[in-house]
Design a protein around this ligand. Sequence first.
Ligand SMILES: Nc1ncnc2c1ncn2[C@@H]1O[C@H](COP(=O)(O)OP(=O)(O)O)[C@@H](O)[C@H]1O
Ligand SMILES: [Mg+2]
Length: 596
Amino acid sequence: MLLHFLQGCKSYFACTLLASFFVTRLEMLIPQVIRQTVDAVIGSGELNAPEPVRRWFFSAGGAAFFRNNLWAIALIILVMAFFLMVLIYLRGLASSLFAEKLKQKMREDLFYHIQRLPYAWHQENNTGDIIQRCTSDVERVRTFVSEQMISIVRIVIMVIMSLAFMFMMNPRLTLIAAIAAPIVVAYSVVFYGKIRSRFEVCDENEGILSTIVQENLTGVRVVRAFGREEFERERFEKQNTYYTGLWIHLIKLLSAFWSVSDFISGLQILLVLVLGSLFCVRGELTAGEYIAFISYNGMLIWPVRFLGRVISEMSKAGVSIDRIRYIMNSEPEHDCPDPVSREQTEQAAHGDIVFDHVSFAYENGKDILKDVSFKVKAGTTLGILGSTGSGKTTLMHLLNRLYELPPGNGSITLGGVNIADMRAQDLRNCIGMVLQEPFLFSRTIGENISIRNHSLPIDEIRRAAGIACVDESITEFKEGYDTMVGERGVTLSGGQKQRVAIARMLTQKSPIMVFDDSLSAVDSETDAKIRQQLHQSLGQSTVILISHRITTLMQADYILVLDKGQIIEEGTPKELESKGGMYRQIYDIQLGYAEI
Ligand SMILES: Nc1ncnc2c1ncn2[C@@H]1O[C@H](COP(=O)(O)OP(=O)(O)O)[C@@H](O)[C@H]1O
Ligand SMILES: [Mg+2]
């Protein structure tokens, strides 16, 4: 999966590696200059350098010249340091660019993928947790790739190069120096292998913490209205303390690990120092070589110690990658592989809606719909009455395929075409739906209404708003249709939101329109007014009207009474009125109340 993300920024990655290589190469040269200075300039040894360097050394005047002009050597080192600075700058630039590009690509891919995931997936997963995965986890993977992964490459280059230089000077001492490396690495690997699960627990708990925050932000009204601030604060504090405790415990373990690995490295440095000076005394090593050797040993042991940290970050990043992979590997909404054309879908949507022996259960739940069959004639209005939880909304979820009807559970057809054979997008384009709890975006009211078609002229928007009886309220706002809707539309009342949502649907001019309890927050008087205006403007559309208000349903051509997922009564309003069943009972209760 990481490779997939890396694909978009390969060239930046290559530049970073190249710069890293040259930086390390240059860093390796500086001890050589010092070594030669000590041995061949200050001392009286041979110059032990490649041919071009030797030629240059002698043409400049040999050891005698440099001995009298030590500033020249200082200048060489200064020039090298300057180039090193430039290279380090370039490396930093390349790796930052790489990191940002990578992050951008990850965010983009995640967002795109999440948008294609089925509605059921969104129902099952916590928003807070998903956001956490798209922010913290993305950031951690970015850090890993742009810092640790590059570090690993750098460490490998550095270790190989310093070992090579050391080996050229003294193979025996190199072997001794190299002994500590596998010990430190093995120790780190074992330690971090054991600790990985703790990182996972930390991450999970961070997710829980984010979820609490997110719920409190989106549910602020409920929290305030029920005076739950204290309770929520305690819940947050408890989780926060627990989460901090987990980290503190982890940090203690890490600190212990670091001191032990530092101790082992210290021992190694000590060993090289002592044995190196012994070799020097015995004449197996020159003073210059000894100094260079110590420098290279530092370059060898530093990355080896760093490897522990890299591995630690790697296990954290591994957890984050798994968490991101969970999203990326979730199956996107699968569409019909061989759908009918968009025109056919549109035409079918102008036909009858038929539910044929439909049964349905949500994943690992009880049966919600049991053998439901009905037909809505094109251009007529079907009313559905039923108590909460009877499965009304579920019927609509199935109609626009937010949930797929598994094979063998009956069929839903429009104008004789099975909706499973249509492209989900085409199908949904034909069904205007006003949901029970409409969601408004943090944009202007006008934009919220014209969400399907941003170039909709204001007259059209106002006409739709007029039918939904909300035009008047909107024009009363100072900025009219340009008024911003606060997050989740807090500046509008529930009834206003419902009416904006109705206006939004009306601008779609869909052949099928569904009102799922969408007038529940509107007073009966306005409800009647809206219905009357809708009746005139809906014209040819097939309408499904879900409500538990009898007066809303009385206008329907045909009514279904749903109870516990089954149709227990059906008929025209007149028939049901005279039947004396559930419909009649509710009718009596509601109209009785109305008279009082
Ligand atoms: N996404 C879902 N996952 C699991 N169960 C659900 C889901 N949505 C609704 N239900 C359950 O299905 C039943 C019917 O819900 P619904 O169709 O929304 O009823 P209604 O709209 O008639 O009030 C309820 O018992 C509810 O708990
Ligand atoms: Mg419902």
